[in-house]
Ligand binder design. Structure first.
Ligand code: BG6
Length: 443
């Protein structure tokens, strides 16, 4: 596994702790090397000393044996990701490792880097021949990319097309770690296990579906957030994927191929949200103090965003969907609320404390054991699943090219109207209550 950007926030907050837990549970491949790339020359001990690996509730203390094992798997290599000549160093190192192990290894390139670097890095990997496996083997090479995939429909199309010059769709793993969260995985299981509810899973019975992802943290060290904002960071990816899982036709069986095909159809059916309703049906805000955090006193990047919309299909046109997200709010809470006309309420609580809660006259099945996962500790982090699935080559939890493009097509009118200042940006106090911000303009 080659991690580009190992010193970044994402690698430190999510990736390395996930690797620690996989290592602890003995779930990493027997023969594995993890190479972290960074621009500066770094000492491995010093670097690991800065990373908090044991972040899950059940970690009382870090296990020194596991730290030692992880340490032995990891090495750092100094590379400037935009210099194609530096990739020879990486190529030589991979060849040397494979010579030592006397096998062709599967290679997983993980791009945990700012999005503006995706294109150059992907191109450099391709030009250096790192998109294939070692010379005489049939091992697989895969590319894992973090969101956002593009800044708008044009750049997303361009990124996807250019990536396709070097990597096939089969090699691509576009990460949306929300799809790997326990309760998110249970959305389809819940629909499958409760046929009575599934019969009423439509606009004639459901009046509103609210999808909310709120955080108490600000943007932390992620200076590049200023070019992204909440719409691109959370709505276009995570929340739009949740819309897809909630509103898609339920496939007969939950295979990767059928799930993707159903999601793709649903996302395409949303179409571009009406431009003339953007000012009315969306809201965007920025927390006070964001300018200082980002070091840009004229930034109008949103840290809170919400959109209300309909899906113009026979099944859903009567239901009001609302998606909302924000940073520096009074709590960290991600949930989906489904309000039925007859008073039934279903809540998928994603975090904290994953759960499916229902208010219903008839009993519903809400507990699902995850028999297919190899992850055996309670409440595994989403990144552990992401990594295991990519290592095994299972595409179920990764976003397809068509899903990404349809999401951008739907949200492009927001990108355009917001850039013109419609609706205007509201400023809010840190620790605000989301309900105070979730107000749309009056028509
Ligand atoms: C990431 C976003 O995808 O998700 C971050 O880029 C955000 O801005 C994070 O903080 C939230 O993830 P989680 O799993 O903590 O809800």
């Amino acid at each position: 596994m080659i991690i580009f950007g190992i010193t970044g926030d994402l690698a430190k907050r999510y990736l390395l702790p996930a690797l620690y837990h996989l290592c602890k549970d003995d779930l990493l491949p027997e023969q594995m090397v993890i190479i972290g790339t960074s621009r500066q020359s770094l000492d491995l001990n010093q670097f690991l000393g800065q990373v908090e690996l044991c972040v899950l509730d059940q970690d009382k203390v870090c296990d020194p044996q596991v730290i030692k094992k992880l340490h032995s798997l990891l090495e750092l290599i100094q590379i400037d990701p935009v210099q194609v000549s530096d990739y020879t160093k990486l190529k030589d190192r991979l060849a040397a490792i494979e010579k030592d192990y006397k096998i062709c290894m599967n290679r997983l390139f993980y791009l945990s880097i700012p999005p503006q670097l995706y294109q150059p890095v992907i191109q450099n990997l391709g030009i250096s021949g790192l998109n294939g496996s070692c010379q005489h083997g049939d091992a697989l090479t895969r590319l894992l990319v973090e969101k956002p995939f593009g800044y708008d429909i044009a750049s997303a199309t361009d990124l996807i097309d250019r990536t396709a010059e070097h990597f096939t769709e089969d090699q691509m793993f576009r990460i949306d770690h929300y799809l790997a969260k326990e309760t998110v995985q249970n959305i389809l299981r819940f629909r499958q296990a409760n046929p009575d509810i599934e019969d009423r899973w439509n606009g004639a019975s459901i009046e509103a579906i609210d999808i909310e992802a709120y955080e108490s943290l600000g943007i932390e060290n992620r200076k590049f957030y200023d070019e992204i904002g909440a719409l691109r960071d959370i709505i276009q990816s995570h929340l739009w994927q949740l819309v897809a899982l909630l509103a898609m036709e339920l496939p007969q069986t939950l295979t990767s191929q059928l799930i993707h095909s159903s999601k793709e159809k649903l996302l395409a059916s949303i179409g571009p949200l009406p431009t003339n309703k953007v000012a009315l049906n969306t809201t965007r805000g920025q927390y006070n103090g964001y300018w200082q955090d980002i070091g840009n006193a004229s930034s109008s990047t949103e840290t809170f965003a919400a959109v209300r919309f309909n899906i113009p299909t026979k099944r859903w046109q009567q239901t009001i969907f609302t998606v909302a997200t924000g940073k520096k709010l009074n709590e960290k809470c991600t949930r989906i609320g489904i309000k039925f006309i007859d008073g039934t309420n279903v809540e998928f609580r994603i975090q904290p404390q994953p759960a499916v809660n229902v208010i219903s006259k008839t009993p519903l099945i809400t507990n699902f054991s995850d028999s297919e996962t190899p992850l055996n500790h309670a409440n595994p982090d989403a990144y552990e699943r992401v990594l295991i699935d990519a290592i095994r080559g299972d595409h179920t939890l990764f976003a397809s090219r068509s899903e990404i493009l349809s999401s951008w097509r739907s949200l492009q009118p927001l990108v355009d109207e917001w850039a013109k200042g419609h609706p205007s940006l509201k400023h809010y106090q840190p620790a605000s209550r989301p309900s105070d911000l979730l107000r749309f303009s009056k028509s």
